[in-house]
Design a protein around this ligand. Sequence first.
Ligand SMILES: [Zn+2]
Length: 569
Amino acid sequence: MRYSIMFGKTRHDPPCDADSVNAKLLAQAGFVEKLAAGIYNYLPLGKRVLTKIEGIIREEMHSVGGQELLLPALHPVALWKKSGRDETMNDILYRTSASGNKEFVFGPSHEEAVTPLAAKYVQSYKDLPLSLYQIQSKFRDEPRAKSGVLRGREFGMKDMYSFHVSDEDLDKYYEEVMTAYSRVFDRCGLTAHVVEASGGAFSDKYSHEFSVETSAGEDTIIICKKCKSSQNLEVAEGNVVDPDGTDEKELSLEEIDIERGFSVSDNAEAHGVPEHKILKTVVYEVDGGGLLGVVIRGDLSVSGVKLENYIKKPLRPASPETLKKVSLIQGYISPVNMPDGVGISFIGDNSIKNIKNFVTGANAFGKDYKNANLGRDFVIDDFADLVEVSSGFECAKCGTSLTEIKAVEVGNIFKLGTKYSEAFGLNFTDSDGKSKPVVMGCYGIGTTRLAGTIVEASHDDKGIIWPMSVAPYHVHMLTLGNDDTSFAAAEKLSSELEEAGIEVLFDDRDERAGVKLNDADLIGIPVRVVVSKRSLENGGVEFKMRDSEDSDIVEIDEILEKVKNLITK
Ligand SMILES: [Zn+2]
């Protein structure tokens, strides 16, 4: 391909509204062009990357028996009413109406389309298991369309749906897909962490997310480098490290007058103690259950999801009005000498068990207690692991210090069970002659998001560094100087490589050397071949990998073999 005629060129500066590395580099290098927030044109270079990513996904989905089809993007709203997601996903649904007052939904997902379709063909256990997938545009009315192609209103997705006779069969297949997913991300040059999704108390827990570490990530995950395990921040388990002084003697309780701010750090400073010596009480309102005070070390935070999972009721932090109503003084609440009649119960995080001589509020403005001790000065009936884990906690399995990383979710898999088959009457006759609902799983990978994630994970200050497997071309060829011999040699070599199946982007423009070399770095094709008078005099062409600083002179006859080896590696 000659770069001079390619549609979509590099630009000198990134677009001024680019809000992330992928938005900046993909637009500047001529892969995408933004139409509106969260809506992108994919130019020829960008489309080639997407096609390669999709090719890898297709191969891996076929390897687990997936059959590709194409479902419509436009769904009658009646299907979404049937599943109930007309309401539960209302916030993100794009709706449109057609003639005759018919209402439609632009599919953000396709359970509502694929389940009734499967119901037309699946009758007997002999028709199962079955796995169907498509690669298609999805639509979500995303209030925060940002981060370039990572969070779009219209985006590309591979979604696969599997159908089974039993939970056991789904479980087995789910594991197979999980392995295939790891291969997809691996082949795209990414390391994906498999995270068991939190979901909270009200969603099923049978789902996993595949997350790639990048500083642009919106999610935080906790990893143990030794166990190679990953956990969602909200539900991560880990052991808090006890500070020094757990063996100190219990001193006598003192009530003191104090002038201080409300934050833990203000509090610690006013008392001249470290933050872990502050006994913090976070008050929640529990649906139908009154007030609940969670007592935790001052330097730690409560995980709302862990708490909700433990209480098994919806809850939210108590508002200042609620606290006022029961005469609780914000910033001075504690389980020590709580006045009667407030109607608050306390639950303790395990972290407070080993600390002596806490500083805590005295349930009155401007009054604190010093040397409050568990058991002697206050009693907690119920303890649980309610702490939000962060870097520095120890892995519960191996004791290694845990690491907190920012990550982008590039894929997720769910065990749907019979939720959709029941809604859409997808039943089968089992070998025992009985009619049963089909058990389903679903498996998504954001294809456009994956392209953006690769850029986030693989770039330098000069531009993108594409892995060979998804690069728009294998070789970026260019000549230096206005020299006919070099140009002819580059043209000939390009044709020879292309005939052998190597994809070449030949920068045939009459541009300065600096411009062409900078563009090559910006576009990020893995192999750069420079043909110049000097390289030819030295017996060949200059060969350089995008991810390396070093270049070599390689004989023209050897280039083909060298690139072929890199592609098949
Ligand atoms: Zn570990």
